[in-house]
Structures are given as structure tokens and as C-alpha cells.
Design a protein around this ligand. Structure first.
Ligand code: MG
Length: 280
């Protein structure tokens, strides 16, 4: 496969990605897929879906899980609601992620991703140990399906993430690096973070953002690719430096404005193509 095939984040019936037809119109060979709703995660649906993808000439690189009840309204709400961290929903969400891993297997996909949530930094916090445990359980389930698990970056610094990966200690646990999230959450300079976690990076989101006035206290602002503070040329040069050759998957989270989403992703793809020609 070519180095750095282009991709977009796509959705069937759940999540913030573009529809498959849009991915096809954009001419990308790969997608990351947001897992569809539970009633759609069946064998017949998987087969129908694979047929459709085959016709469109698209392959799935990662299936991403997300959950009912998650809210990204502001940073404290993310802490309360996102991923496998909130205790009240943890068992049900673990089960759902295991089902998503099983569905990804039906699709022949060997990587599953998620936002695990805000892992408490303090090892003495019982919540910390509980999240390490659930991450191991999910890794082991993915392993039984021949899959890797990719944790989306952003809600923690690179050092905290490395510490967590080491503590979980599973050889199928990797990173989906999203440079814009580092800026949106105020969790560190993205290029430096990418160098630190580089050896674990198995997928990426190409997304851009502007720093908040008070990083970590309030959201930064997601902007079209190339218009933010990530520095896409530096990002690609650093991906090359760490030896990453996988898909460059554009994520642009404005599903409420589908025309604008498609147009901006189109421009993003042209930018990535230009940078690939220059750097690749
Ligand atoms: Mg992302």
C-alpha cells in the first residue's frame, strides 16, 4: 500500500463523520468508521456494508466506538460523561465496546478505537486502577478478535498517556493521534507530544484547532485543516520522522453543516496531497 493513503472519518447512522457517499465523492481510498447503532451491528448488515464498500473502492482502517450519553459540551462535562471512566456506565460501555470489536471483526477490520475518557493522573485514586483494569479487559477482548485497540489522544498529556499505556501493559494497545485535540483540550504542544508517543501511533486524525485563551479551562476552537495552530507541514514531517506510513484520516466535526463539511474536507485533502508530494 502507498504511504499515507488519504481518508475521512465516516458514519453510517451514528457519530459525527461524513456519509459513505460523501467519502466516495471525495475520492478517498480509506475511512475510519464510527460504529453504527447496536441494531445495525449484525452479520447481514456487515455483509451488505462490505459489498457497498467494495463497489466504492473504500477500505476501513479503524472502527471507532462512541456511547449514548457522552457530551463534549465543555471540558468538565467530558470528564463526567466520556469513555470508560464514568463508573455508573463503565460495565455497560465495556460490553458495548466488546460488541463493537466483534462487529469490526465481521467487517475484517483489525483495529478498534475510542476516547477512553479522562484517566485520573493520581495512581492512588481508585478510579485510576479501575480504568487500567477495564482497559486490560477491552484489550484482551480485542486480542481474541485479532485486533489492536487505539486510544484517541487529547484528554491527557503525552507523558500521562505513556504512563497509562505502560501500566495497562498490553501489546495490542496503541494510539490514534489527534493533534487538534491536544490544542482543544490544552493538553500540550501536539508536535512534541507526537514525538513522545510516536512508537505507539498506529492511526491519526488530521484535524486542526486554535488554542483557547485559557487552555485546559475552556475549549480551543476546531478550524478547517491548515488554518489552525497544529502546522500541517510539521505534523506530516514528524509523522515521517517517527516512521508512520498509515492512513491520513481527516476528521471535521461539523455534521450539522454537511455541505460545508464536505467542501472543507475537500480542501483539506488537497492540502494533504500537496504536502505528500512535497514531503512524502
Ligand atoms: Mg479525533
Amino acid at each position: 500500500m502507498d504511504q499515507w493513503p488519504l481518508g475521512v472519518f465516516a458514519s453510517i447512522d451514528a457519530g459525527l463523520g461524513v456519509r459513505l457517499e460523501v467519502a466516495h465523492d471525495l475520492g478517498v481510498p480509506t475511512i475510519q468508521l464510527h460504529a453504527p447503532h447496536q441494531h445495525t451491528r449484525t452479520k447481514p448488515q456487515a455483509e451488505r456494508f462490505l459489498e457497498q464498500l467494495e463497489k466504492l473502492g473504500i477500505r476501513i482502517s479503524v472502527v471507532f466506538g462512541g456511547f449514548e450519553g457522552e457530551s463534549y459540551a465543555d471540558i468538565p462535562t467530558v470528564v463526567e460523561t466520556v469513555g470508560l471512566v464514568p463508573p455508573a456506565t463503565r460495565a455497560a460501555r465495556l460490553k458495548e465496546m466488546q460488541e463493537i470489536s466483534d462487529f469490526a471483526r465481521l467487517l475484517g477490520v483489525s483495529a478498534v478505537g475510542l476516547h477512553i475518557g479522562f484517566v485520573p493522573h493520581d495512581h492512588a485514586d481508585p478510579l485510576h486502577a479501575a480504568v487500567v483494569r477495564v482497559a486490560r479487559q477491552l484489550c484482551d477482548h480485542c486480542k481474541s478478535n485479532g485486533q489492536n485497540l487505539h486510544l484517541e489522544t487529547g484528554q491527557e498529556s503525552a507523558d500521562t498517556l505513556l504512563d497509562f499505556l505502560h501500566e495497562v501493559g498490553r501489546d495490542n494497545l496503541f494510539v490514534n493521534f489527534d493533534p487538534a485535540n491536544m490544542i482543544l483540550y490544552g493538553s500540550g504542544e501536539p508536535i512534541e507530544a507526537l514525538r513522545k508517543v510516536g512508537r505507539y501511533v498506529r492511526s491519526v486524525h488530521c484535524k486542526d484547532a486554535k488554542w483557547a485563551a485559557r487552555p485546559g479551562k475552556e475549549w480551543g476552537r476546531e478550524v478547517p485543516l491548515g488554518e489552525g495552530d497544529v502546522g500541517m507541514e510539521d505534523f506530516l514531517r514528524t509523522l515521517k520522522e517517527i516512521g508512520y506510513t498509515g492512513p491520513l484520516t481527516i476528521e471535521r466535526e461539523i455534521p450539522q453543516e454537511p455541505e460545508r463539511q464536505k467542501e472543507e474536507i475537500g480542501r483539506g485533502l488537497r492540502l494533504l496531497n500537496d504536502l505528500k508530494a512535497k514531503i512524502g
